[in-house]
Design a protein around this ligand. Structure first.
Ligand code: NAP
Length: 248
């Protein structure tokens, strides 16, 4: 039986890349999907179209996840449209890379705010509804660099390590109410975020991937669908690497 049929999922940062693939995968499994995005309305509408083509109902909502008011409006729209929030995928993320000595405090703060404060706010307000429902699935997208660090990404690595602490705490606080919270830590996935990296950096990354190829957004989406399903009901507070062996 498909346990995701009729469930409602909010996917943050779902206009492009990994978020879009997650939205479409959950739609194909029968979820109603709320496609959150930061500003790229055409891309968000394209994700909605792809979800509908997969047979689901979907809406696009523009909400900066680091803005508390916008988060509350997003949650209200999801509830007004679909009545419940069963699955939350905190996927929205940005990078502002630079070596530590050259990284501005503003770039540090901005990445922490969008990547970590955003996941906290979404978890707090969507979690409130899940607590009342006494059921829910939260899947947070961290990164292999949240576990191992990466030169030039002090802000991003810190935000992604923070996601792991946030998730483990969520798991502990919510487990008794039928809510699970888990992390997926992707390796190097082929999206807009990585396509702009210099060829030399990409070659060096590739040499560190035992599988010998970059991951695809769909590889992350399949793992999210599993963690969001009934089959994963006894898994909580865990970090699942989806990285072609990079973290082994
Ligand atoms: P991407 O292609 O750059 O897409 C980023 C998405 O996040 C877009 O939909 C963007 O919306 C949205 N977004 C950005 N800031 C937002 C905000 N403040 N509020 C709401 N939405 C916001 O990124 P990606 O590669 O798919 O990455 C998705 C997630 O996976 C991120 O958390 C990233 O850190 C993580 N990750 C990626 C990789 C990788 O190799 N690609 C590896 C490990 C982890 P707009 O389109 O409106 O701008």
């Amino acid at each position: 039986m498909n346990s995701l049929k009729g469930k409602t999922a909010i996917v943050t940062g779902a206009s492009r890349g990994i978020g879009r693939a997650i939205a479409v995968e959950l739609a194909a499994k029968g979820c109603n999907v709320v496609v959150d995005y930061a500003g790229n309305v055409n891309a968000a509408e394209e994700t909605v179209k792809l979800c509908q083509e997969a047979g689901a109902s979907a809406i696009a909502v523009c909400a900066d996840v680091s803005d508390e008011k916008a988060v509350n409006e997003l949650i209200s729209k999801a509830q007004e449209n679909y009545g419940s929030i069963d699955i939350l995928v905190n996927n929205a993320g940005i990078t502002r890379d630079n070596l530590m000595l050259r990284m501005s405090a503003e770039d540090f703060d901005e990445v922490i705010s969008k990547n970590l404060r955003g996941a906290f706010l979404m978890t707090k307000y969507a979690g409130k509804i899940m607590l009342k429902q006494r059921a829910g699935r939260i899947v947070n997208i961290s990164s292999i660099v949240g576990l191992h660090g990466n030169a030039g990404q002090a802000n991003y690595s810190a935000s992604k390590a923070g996601i792991i602490g946030l998730t483990k705490t969520t798991a502990l606080e919510y487990a008794s109410r039928g809510i699970t919270a888990n992390v997926i830590a992707p390796g190097f996935i082929d999206t807009d975020m990585t396509s702009s990296l210099p060829e030399k950096v990409k070659e060096s990354m590739l040499s560190r991937i035992p599988a010998g190829k970059f991951g695809q957004a769909e590889d992350i989406a399949k793992a999210v669908a599993f963690l969001a399903s009934d089959d994963a009901r006894y898994i909580t507070g865990q970090v699942l690497g989806v990285d072609g062996g990079m973290g082994a």
